[in-house]
Design a protein around this ligand. Sequence first.
Ligand code: TYD
Ligand code: ZN
Length: 408
Amino acid sequence: MNGHCRVCNAEISPFMSFGRMPIANGFLRPEEAEGEYFFELAPAFCAGCGMFQLMEQPRPEKMFHEQYAFFSSTSRYMQRHFESFAQSVINGVLAQRDDPFVVELGSNDGIMLRHFHEQSIRHLGVEPSANVAEVARKQGISTISAFFDRKLADDITAKHGGADAILAANVMCHIPDLPGVAAGVQRLLKPDGVFVFEDPYLGDMITKTSYDQIYDEHVFIFSATSVRHAFAPFGLELVDVMPQVTHGGSMRYVLAPNGSRPISKKVHEQLGKETALGLDRPETYLRFKANCEKSRSTLMQTLESLRTRGKRVVGYGATSKSTTVINYCGITPAHVEFISDTTPIKQGRLSPGAHIPVRPYDEFVARYPDYAVLFAWNHAAEIREKENAFVAAGGRWIVYVPEVAIVS
Ligand code: TYD
Ligand code: ZN
């Protein structure tokens, strides 16, 4: 399975395969269980530009549509995170500007733009999943349902003028035509504007063996090195980087038109750290593959042993990420009775691929299991604090990042 880098067109080939995978957010109604769509989940590393990417990705319409199951506002922590993200833009680049205009790519249910709306700052969300966009619009947050590209960038510029800030969170890594989006950003951004985006960070994924960041939507896992290369042809340079704890380790990147802003020394430091971590070397990815295989066999030994001992195990959080773990490891409803999740649209459905039932959170509380697999491990702090009673009742957490362990 050879191909070409989506960014620099160099020849690439996958360094491993996670096997046949369904759509990570494709929670099924029971009657849809037959005829499920699968593709091969195989990541590659481009030695030319440093971009970590998927060889194959389902068509966007298969992932982002009017039944999209992902609503950003389900986590209180994430609500606070986006409030502070918005505030840093308002107090930073937008301060002192006359009638600034902010565009967010993939604005979901308006979790970030609502703060601009509340402060009467001109804003526009671009969100292809119509159902989540509607939630934002109902709150008065200006949102259009579309995929962002060069053409849309021209339309927005013609209608509203250039953007002082373009923002994106957990979105850029979803878009296979990265050069197309970069060209759109270049057109829409004012000469003194900034493009700020954040996504799961390659360095964290490699050091934590958090291979569950790899799923259909995440066509790229970025690093400072690869982001710098990807935007250079569009006259945009990386001027700042800010590590984030969200999604198990993310990075916020600030890009600006060449020469328009000083480059922070943090950018050079991060590039140095990435070289020290070996992110530019193929051996690093072969070691990562071996770590994934080890994680899989340890997790399955744990679950098999609990199953033979007749223990009740459920999953906590029907995350997109869990689709990779469940299907790569071979977890079945015999290992995990159901997955508890607070998102109404996921409840009553079956998990993609393995068809583990997703049940409302009340069912977790009504009858605590012996063990809960923490599929939403990126929210571990928030969840473990909230679930003291589960542990007090003798319940134990099964975690797998950075290592498989049973914890209380
Ligand atoms: P998320 O963190 O967005 O992960 P991913 O990007 O992999 O989908 O998803 C968290 C999921 O966990 C979401 O479906 C809501 C659910 N959840 C709970 O059920 N209870 C909780 O306390 C939290 C924080 C999340
Ligand atoms: Zn490349």
